[in-house]
Unconditional design. Structure first.
Length: 194
């Protein structure tokens, strides 16, 4: 595993604090159209916030000032046109938008902490993971932690959520993941770097 620095995660958990109409004018036409496909303002804000975080990461880490334009792989994994050396991942939930940028494949996922649902766990988790969740002091937190690990890995590989969710962590060492639990802010995010 490469040395991932958690401070290189860009987070916006105050997505209602910027002027949405103004921000829409500062992003690429491609991202503006994607944001406007969301019916509700919160979805638009989260989509724009994640893109603004990527713009900040590109500026601070790489000195790139222009708006990134995306190309998409076979399973929908985005890449930055003209910068094949850069890897990034975006995610958002109702509480936050997150971004990570690297010169190596990387994935990130953020999820709200919600009520633990056993039926969902049995669908997405292996028997060992379900047991781990049910034995945890806070099953809702443990479920979200494992879910973000799985989804960050699938974002890194470009596979996306699939029918093999139960077993995606089977041969992946836990040290490949950095998880941050923002319990008081009601979200958890995980970065995966192999």
């Amino acid at each position: 595993m490469r040395n991932f620095a958690p401070e290189m995660v860009y987070i916006d958990d105050k997505t209602d604090a910027f002027d949405l109409q103004e921000a829409l004018q500062t992003i690429s036409e491609q991202r503006r159209q994607q944001a406007l496909r969301f019916k509700h303002e919160q979805g638009q804000r989260l989509c724009v916030a994640a893109y603004l975080l990527l713009k900040r990461a590109l500026r601070e880490q790489e000195g790139i000032l222009e708006n990134p334009v995306f190309a998409y792989g076979p399973h929908g994994k985005p890449s930055i046109v003209g910068h094949p050396e850069l890897h990034f991942s975006l995610s958002h939930c109702k509480e936050a938008a997150v971004c990570v940028l690297s010169r190596h494949p990387i994935g990130i996922d953020v999820e709200s902490i919600g009520r633990y649902r056993e039926t969902v766990a049995h669908y997405a988790m292996s028997d060992a993971e379900v047991a781990r969740i049910e034995q945890a002091e806070h099953p809702d937190v443990e479920f979200v932690r494992l879910w973000t690990m799985k989804e960050s890995l699938l974002k890194l590989t470009g596979e996306g959520i699939n029918d093999h969710m139960k077993y995606v962590l089977k041969d992946i060492p836990e040290r490949s993941f950095t998880t941050v639990e923002e319990i008081e802010k009601n979200y958890i995010y995980t970065v995966c770097e192999l």
